[in-house]
Design a protein around this ligand. Structure first.
Ligand SMILES: [Ca+2]
Ligand SMILES: [Ca+2]
Length: 404
């Protein structure tokens, strides 16, 4: 009897088997969402799957949705000091800082939560940051990766916010548990859609051809008609690359003869004048790409969506019925994604979990020599370098797999 009790106690008191952890991240969740019991099991499954796949320990912490960006940054900094985290996943409608660049454009500024020791100032006191020096300290600009998912208060299919988060997390758990076979890898493909007026992207195509051995479905300049879009988005592929003029609510499609229509986020939500004839509603399709790269001005500027239920393209890619999409990456300001071959190289690094590869890519873009070249070729290096922001966003599940 005595022995049995001891054995039971030992079994009860011993910590679970120790899984070595190489990385830590903070998952900061709207406290009202975190309080919902139905989310708990999905979060724990996701946490276990990420730990197993990437030896990543996720710390789940609730924060009031109304907390200011400044307070969130303080909270993140304290956690960074204490737990040596390498990234943050924000789930909920949290406030982001905004930045006004040298040419007066304003957009959200994800780097505010990523660079914890850079010099940030609002020099004219209007409440919007306008000075950013990521090079005041040695080392990479961004200490942390940042991922975000802002659920609708109610999705077009009626799912509440917690159910949307569960959908994203469970898709992640399924994908992390699946092992790609050599045959799967051979069948990987990319799909590219282009508006008519983009610059030559032969360097990107060469990099994609190396990665996908030519399995690239390309809808070239001026071939982004509604029918082409429907085919492209529903073609099974690893990547969908959209070189399309966009707002956070719509892609603009172009045929050789001119504008060919719009892709709107949702047919069942209130649309603005974007919902013209010839439009395609993304939530009526089944996106098949695991990752969507939006080379599309401001497509991920969350702050252009003042209401939590405004249609949002990134949410539509993630939440469309039976979507395979796990992650959307793109620009939150009016700029395309730069140096895509660099991104593909970073993401193809087998040693790096996806969000760390994304941070490495962002840091390459903030490398002073790279940026001097990029701004320098426009002859504006000294004038713009401390009023410059990339404002790229990683949206949805950060732990997408992107095997080399
Ligand atoms: Ca300012
Ligand atoms: Ca820094």
């Amino acid at each position: 009897m005595f022995t049995n009790i001891c054995l039971s106690l030992v079994a009860f008191c011993n910590p679970p088997s120790i899984v070595a952890v190489d990385h830590r991240a903070l998952v900061l969740i709207d406290a009202a969402l975190l309080a919902q019991p139905k989310l708990e099991a999905a979060l724990q499954r996701y946490r276990a799957a990420v730990k197993k796949a990437y030896r990543y320990e996720l710390h789940l912490v609730g924060a009031p949705a109304e907390e200011s960006a400044a307070d969130l940054r303080t909270r993140i900094s304290a956690f960074y000091e204490k737990e040596k985290i390498s990234g943050v996943f924000l789930i909920g409608g949290f406030e982001f800082a905004r930045f006004e660049n040298a040419i007066g454009e304003r957009s959200i500024f994800p780097e505010y939560f990523q660079d914890l020791d850079g010099e940030l100032k609002d020099t004219d006191g209007d409440g919007v940051l306008d000075h950013y020096d990521p090079w005041v300290k040695p080392g990479p600009a961004l200490e942390l990766w940042l991922a975000t998912f802002r659920p609708y208060s109610e999705a077009p299919d009626g799912a509440d916010a917690a159910a949307q988060v569960i959908r994203i997390l469970e898709r992640g758990v399924d994908a992390l548990g699946a092992r790609l076979t050599p045959k799967d890898k051979k069948q990987r493909a990319a799909t590219i859609l282009s508006s008519r007026d983009w610059q030559n992207h032969s360097e990107l195509l060469a990099a994609l051809k190396r990665r996908y051995s030519g399995r690239i479905a390309q809808f070239g300049r001026g071939e982004s008609t509604p029918d082409h879009y429907k085919t492209a988005v529903q073609t099974s592929s690893e990547l969908l690359i959209a070189f399309l003029h966009s707002s956070p609510k719509a892609h603009h499609l172009d045929a050789p003869s001119g504008p060919a229509g719009l892709v709107i986020a949702s047919a069942s939500k209130t649309q603005t004048k974007d919902a013209a004839s010839g439009s395609v509603a993304l939530d009526q399709l089944t996106p098949r790409a695991r990752m969507v790269l939006l080379f599309a001005c401001s497509a991920l500027d969350l702050d252009e969506l003042p209401l939590p239920n405004e249609p949002f393209l990134a949410n539509a890619y993630l939440l469309a019925p039976d979507s395979a999409c796990r992650t959307v990456v793109g620009a939150a300001r009016s700029i395309g994604l730069e140096s895509l071959p660099l991104l593909l190289r970073s993401l193809g690094d087998a040693e790096l979990p996806f969000p760390d590869a994304w941070r490495a890519y962002q840091n390459q873009l903030y490398d002073q020599a790279y940026l001097e070249h990029w701004l320098g070729v426009r002859g504006v290096w000294e004038a713009e370098r401390l009023r410059f922001n990339w404002s790229y966003m990683l949206y949805g599940d950060p732990f997408a797999r992107f095997d080399p």
